[in-house]
Design a protein around this ligand. Structure first.
Ligand SMILES: NC(=O)c1ccc[n+]([C@@H]2O[C@H](COP(=O)([O-])OP(=O)(O)OC[C@H]3O[C@@H](n4cnc5c(N)ncnc54)[C@H](O)[C@@H]3O)[C@@H](O)[C@H]2O)c1
Length: 291
């Protein structure tokens, strides 16, 4: 997104809790002639996000697009009643409180300007319905989808509250669509001390390579959505002022229709699917987790 925004002529402020990859990413933009700075920021800490907002204003004088995009992935194992409470706290603090901090620190700035956009990154995993079964039919983390459901709800509220003020500031929810080849699959590599695990793991944490291998073994082909496609989706969504920043119709749309039908019919949640597209109720081998 930073690169694409820069190519569109925008000035860019990148923020991340990890200084080294942030420096690399910032340098990659400035080397390409994009005016960009990097600000080490911990979105779980409100004063850190406030400081980010101040530094962005000090440097560039205004803020027009705020992307609440920082996220942490699934590190928990087993059934949800077995998840480490530290996993829940980490996921909620980064993925939910981080977005709340971004809204609280930046929206007043955008309101003073009378214009601007907030883009909150959601996921079909939770935003539509949780993927509750993992690649081989075992339980998938409940932490991540729960946080992404919250991001959608927060963004809907933000949209309404902004509308009520009559401002030109707009809210958008981004569904990147499909799988992205990013660091989120291995978030555990950078687990902060304050969220250190309190339970001993029974299974190895996922790596992107073993997630892909599991899919292939189960007969599913993993294709990653290019990050440029996601960035283009965001730019298009800003241009067309779309609340739903989503790609073209996808199989996940089917989940949305089935979920609505299930609610209206007061039926079973038969829209729940696993990552291989199997519906709830279908038997599958289980991995990890004890009942
Ligand atoms: N990868 C996918 O398939 C996928 C799919 C749908 C949605 N998403 C969402 O996209 C967003 C970006 O994730 P990504 O896939 O690029 O993964 P990523 O791990 O490459 O990027 C997330 C970034 O957030 C940073 N971060 C973590 N904790 C932070 C904190 N406390 N403060 C500041 N920064 C912090 C990480 O250091 C990392 O650089 C996330 O919100 C994720 O949920 C990803």
């Amino acid at each position: 997104m930073g690169r694409r925004f820069g190519q569109e002529g925008m000035k860019v402020v990148l923020a991340d809790v990890l200084a080294e990859p942030l420096d690399d990413a910032t340098r990659a933009l400035t080397d390409d002639g994009i005016e960009a700075i990097g600000v080490v920021t911990d979105v779980t800490d409100y004063s850190s996000v406030e400081s980010l907002a101040r530094q962005a204003l000090d440097r560039f004088g205004a803020v027009h697009v705020v992307c609440n995009n920082a996220g942490t992935g699934a590190v928990s194992e087993g059934y949800m009643w077995e998840h480490d409470l530290a996993d829940w706290r980490w996921g909620i603090d980064v993925n939910v409180l981080g977005v709340i901090h971004g809204i609280k620190a930046f929206v007043p700035i955008l309101l003073d300007q009378g214009e601007g956009h907030v883009v909150n990154t959601c996921s079909g995993n939770g935003g539509f319905a949780p993927i509750a079964r993992g690649a081989m039919g075992g339980p998938a983390t409940a932490v991540y989808p729960m946080t992404k459901a919250a991001v959608l709800c927060l963004t809907e509220s933000l949209y309404t509250h902004l509308e009520m003020t009559g401002t030109g500031v707009r809210a958008h929810v981004l569904f990147p669509g499909g799988f992205l080849n990013t660091g989120i699959w291995e978030s555990w590599r950078h687990r902060p001390q304050q969220y250190a695990a309190t339970q001993e793991r029974r299974t190895e944490p996922h790596t992107l390579a073993n997630v892909v291998a599991r899919f292939e073994t189960a007969g599913a082909h993993v294709e990653f959505t290019p990050l440029e496609t996601v960035a283009a989706q965001v730019v298009e969504g800003l241009r067309t002022d779309s609340f739903w920043m989503m790609g073209p119709p996808a199989p996940s749309d089917d989940v949305v229709s089935k979920k609505a039908a299930s609610i209206i019919a007061r039926g079973e949640p038969d829209y729940l699917v696993d990552v291989l597209g199997k519906h709830a109720g279908q038997k599958a081998e289980t991995e990890g987790g004890n009942r």
